[in-house]
Design a protein around this ligand. Structure first.
Ligand SMILES: Nc1ncnc2c1ncn2[C@@H]1O[C@H](COP(=O)(O)OP(=O)(O)OP(=O)(O)O)[C@@H](O)[C@H]1O
Ligand SMILES: [Mg+2]
Length: 317
């Protein structure tokens, strides 16, 4: 059976768990890994021609990670870069809905060929399951899917592969940090303290696995109503700026609430494509520029060096 067929069967049936080897997932008491003992590096041809892998994460759910990740990818593509985006949110994938991409095809050498949206290669678990069906998978299976997305997809030559992370700081994040050389992370938050609380955990996670933080995006910063032209700070003011200062990373943007952003996500059209000259559209383009500036700075200073990361587990910390 072809790989495509197998993966489709796994995702569209309730049999997923039984077919998958139950490899033990990392536990806090597991011994420290040495670089040589880490998960196998990506299969040749999958990521070897990807220059930069950028994770977009938060720790907090619903703050706009997927929207920012997609529009960041599209903004980079609009600048002429070769870009891909992978939906690492296995239990709550959004990117297929946000791009309306079809299913991947299969190459002769058993790689998945990702569909494209506006020239950006897209891969999401939602491409394999009927809409509305939950991905009934335990940790090891989820980890396996992430591995497949990174090692058995024909990403080809890319300047940027953007990874849209799920909320939290769990298995998927650690699998990624162990498996692939992340060039950096962009953090998305909303302004209020309740959001910053979770984002600080994500900061700690990225710092622990030596992934440089390229900047903070404050989303849903304010709302300008039609009638009065005044900025209403619905979720409080200045949280993103405060976090950026705390961690010594640049604030990449403060994006207002614009109901058209939600409309375009639901309609499968990235906002930066449909409304490039709007305030939010311009902010996305600027965010991509600032992220590149920060990445170049870190690379010059040696802090953004690529490599496989040594993940050390410590108990009771
Ligand atoms: N600036 C904005 N203005 C208005 N709506 C927005 C804005 N940013 C995101 N949204 C909308 O908010 C909702 C949540 O966004 P999104 O799915 O990107 O969040 P997320 O952090 O990825 O969520 P999850 O944690 O579930 O993965 C979506 O409907 C999206 O269209
Ligand atoms: Mg999301």
């Amino acid at each position: 059976m072809s790989f495509l067929k197998k993966i489709q069967e796994k995702f569209s049936s309730g049999r997923v768990e039984r077919e998958v080897p139950q490899a033990p997932s990392p536990s806090p008491s597991a011994p420290a890994r040495t670089p040589g003992a880490q998960a196998a590096p990506p299969k040749a041809g999958a990521l070897e021609r990807v220059k930069n892998l950028i994770a977009v994460g938060s720790g907090k759910g619903g703050v706009g990670k997927s929207t920012v990740a997609l529009n960041l990818a599209l903004s980079l593509a609009q600048e002429g870069f070769k870009v891909g985006i992978v939906d690492a949110d296995i239990h709550g994938p959004s990117l297929q809905q946000m791009t309306r991409t079809g299913r991947p095809t299969m190459t002769d050498d058993d790689f998945l060929e990702p569909p494209e949206y506006e020239g950006v290669k897209v891969m999401s678990v939602a491409m394999f399951a009927p809409a509305g069906q939950a991905q009934i998978m335990r940790g090891p299976m989820v980890t396996q899917v992430i591995r497949q997305f990174l090692t058995q997809v024909n990403w080809g030559e890319l300047d940027y592969l953007i990874v849209d992370l799920p909320p939290g700081t769990g298995d998927i994040h650690l699998t990624l940090a162990q498996m692939v050389p992340l060039s950096g992370a962009v953090l998305v938050t909303t302004p209020q303290e309740v959001s910053l609380l979770d984002v600080r955990k994500a900061v700690h996670m990225f710092q622990t696995v030596n992934v440089p933080i390229l900047g903070v995006v404050e989303n849903m910063s304010y709302f300008v109503c039609d009638g009065c032209d005044k900025k209403h700070f619905i979720f409080r003011e200045g949280g993103g700026r405060k976090l950026a200062a705390e961690i010594g990373a640049p604030l990449l943007g403060e994006l207002p609430i614009d109901p058209r952003v939600a409309d375009s996500g639901d309609a499968g059209v990235a906002f930066v494509v449909s409304n490039p000259s709007s305030i939010v559209g311009q902010a996305y383009l600027e965010m991509a520029k600032q992220m590149k500036v920060q990445q170049a700075k870190l690379q010059r200073s040696g802090d953004g060096a690529l490599g496989y990361f040594l993940l050390e587990w410590k108990q009771n910390v």
